[in-house]
Design a protein around this ligand. Structure first.
Ligand code: FAD
Ligand code: SF4
Ligand code: SF4
Length: 475
């Protein structure tokens, strides 16, 4: 079978477009924006793939999905086979197909990217994963492996914790996840909004783990409810994946005014606590003018949420230019279509309030770009004398997050770097025997798939460790 129709036609073919909810409608609802490919469109896109022997795209995927193989199965309309190939490498494909920054990963290394027409690996992954969710009967039944007799504790049920748990359960180990919140998924649930990642998808992916026998205990704050030394006593190994959810403060006057939120709090109220639903008790201010400070994915999620909550003017305030924004290109495009205003090269100097202690604006400093800093991005420099005010009833701080010290404060023996992130070797092993770590608590704020890659790698190392160790480590 020739798997490249466009090549037959002497062309490389146009990359498929993702159908979207109309932007006039979607900025007033929380339904998913991207609607998914039809089967016909997915097959046509799959047939553009050149099936490169060296498959450079795979090197761009932190969990090494066999991209050409699953795409070949889609091209040949063998969807169950495509799902089997995908699930062998990726425990959360319906999530990755939606939120991976593919343009920097698998698609960024696709040979067709040079022609601006990279294969839409993410869209195809989402198509296959959603197909698998609709056709569970066509997938091989879950095989529960023979029990190894070893017990592993996982701290946190974000993508790193879910991945390590799934991999270890498939190896026959007993796994228990301890989660601080009342629900699972970490940022997938409380951070990324419904309109980008429906929570039903997270529920289904988590349920798959339960089928493998993984036990999840919510409302357990490791460091408070239970300490790391106790966990080490009661389990053969521990994997720490508690993320990096501590907001970085702006350290400017007015930060304590009413109506100022960290992005994590703002999004958690909406996504986890259901504040976007009219019938819900969790309060969230529905204000006319909302300013979100920051230029990453979190800032885009917060500002697009503000639009959906009714803000007539929802503004992104960023101290560099759009070219330096770390948010995904698709998120920036969607935000603009939804009427979000971008105020670039501007830094907040002070959050202004009324005599009741409520926010009513921001005093801002205009910036210009100077020489590149250590991150390689051009450093923002104040433009002397150019200060102005912006009106706002809600201000959301989305400039970043750091490691939460709740767990590590009760485990002073655990090796940390100067930012409080856990230090590990290339396999995820910490300085403590039998204790491994991965995801944002190691990397700082990163991505879903990098966290999953850490979980997958650590699972292999934990398995090797468990096979070697005869009893629980002496502490
Ligand atoms: P988390 O997802 O943070 O999970 C950690 C879990 O540990 C949480 O459930 C937390 O409640 C729990 N926990 C914390 N402390 C304790 C404790 N003491 N005891 C027990 N449990 C604890 N990445 C992308 O790839 N694409 C995107 O589009 C994207 N959008 C994002 C949008 C937002 C708003 C945010 C905040 C991040 C986004 N990211 C995105 C980044 C990505 O979500 C993270 O890199 C990823 O979730 C990290 O996974 P993790 O498992 O390390 O941690
Ligand atoms: Fe690409 Fe992410 Fe899928 Fe890997 S998991 S192939 S990086 S979309
Ligand atoms: Fe297909 Fe692109 Fe990978 Fe080649 S690099 S196999 S064209 S996805």
């Amino acid at each position: 079978m020739k798997n490249n129709l466009q090549r037959e036609n002497g062309r490389w073919g146009q990359r498929v477009l993702m159908p979207e909810q109309d932007h006039h409608l979607r900025c007033r609802n929380f339904d998913e924006v991207n609607l998914g490919l039809s089967e016909e469109a997915a097959i046509a896109e799959a047939r553009r793939c050149l099936q490169c022997k060296s498959a450079p795209c795979i090197a761009g995927c932190p969990v090494a999905v066999d991209i050409p193989a699953f795409i070949a199965a889609v091209a040949g309309t063998r969807m169950a086979e495509a799902a089997r190939i995908l699930l062998a490498d990726n425990t959360l494909p319906a999530i990755c197909g939606r939120v991976c920054p593919q343009e920097e990963q698998c698609e960024g290394l696709c040979v067709l990217d040079r022609k601006g027409q990279a294969i839409a690996v993410g869209y195809l992954e989402r198509f296959v994963a959603d197909w698998a969710l609709r056709h569970p009967e066509q997938l091989a039944p879950t095989v529960i492996p023979k029990a190894s007799g070893k017990k592993v504790a996982v701290v946190g049920s974000g993508p790193a914790g879910l991945t390590v748990a799934g991999e270890l359960a498939r190896m026959g180990h007993e796994v228990i996840i301890y989660e601080a919140l009342h629900d699972t998924g970490g940022v997938l649930r409380y951070g990324i909004p419904e309109f980008r990642l429906p929570k039903e998808i997270v529920d289904i992916e988590v349920a798959r783990l339960a089928q493998l026998g993984v036990c999840i205990e919510c409302n357990v704050v490791v460091g408070k409810t239970i300490t790391l030394p106790k966990m080490r006593n009661e389990h053969d190994a521990v994997f720490i994946a508690n993320g990096s959810g501590l907001p970085t403060m702006l350290n400017i006057p007015g930060e304590n005014l009413k109506g100022v939120f960290s992005a994590n709090e703002y999004l958690t109220r909406v996504n986890l606590m259901g504040a976007w639903r009219q019938d819900h008790a969790t309060p969230i201010p529905r204000s006319r003018q909302v300013v979100v400070i920051g230029g990453g994915n979190t800032a885009m999620d917060a500002v697009r949420t503000a639009r959906r909550l009714g803000a007539a003017r929802a503004v992104i305030l960023y101290r560099r230019s759009e070219a330096e924004m770390p948010a995904r290109i698709e998120e920036i495009k969607h935000a603009k279509e939804e009427g979000v205003e971008f105020v670039m090269l501007t830094a907040p100097l002070e959050i202004l309030g009324d005599n009741q202690g409520w926010v009513n604006g921001l005093r801002c400093q205009a910036m210009r770009l100077g020489e590149p800093d250590t991150s390689g991005r051009r450093r923002p420099v104040p433009v002397e004398g150019k200060v102005f005010e912006l009106e706002a009833q809600v201000v959301v701080n989305a400039v970043g997050t750091g490691a939460n010290p709740l767990l590590t404060a009760t485990a002073p023996e655990l090796g940390l770097n100067r930012w409080g992130n856990i230090e590990v070797d290339t396999t995820g092993q910490t300085n403590l025997a039998g204790v491994f770590a991965g995801g944002d608590i190691v990397r700082g704020g990163a991505t879903v798939i990098l966290a999953m890659g850490d979980g997958k790698r650590a699972a292999g190392a934990i398995d090797t460790y468990l096979q070697r160790c005869k009893g629980r480590p002496l502490m």
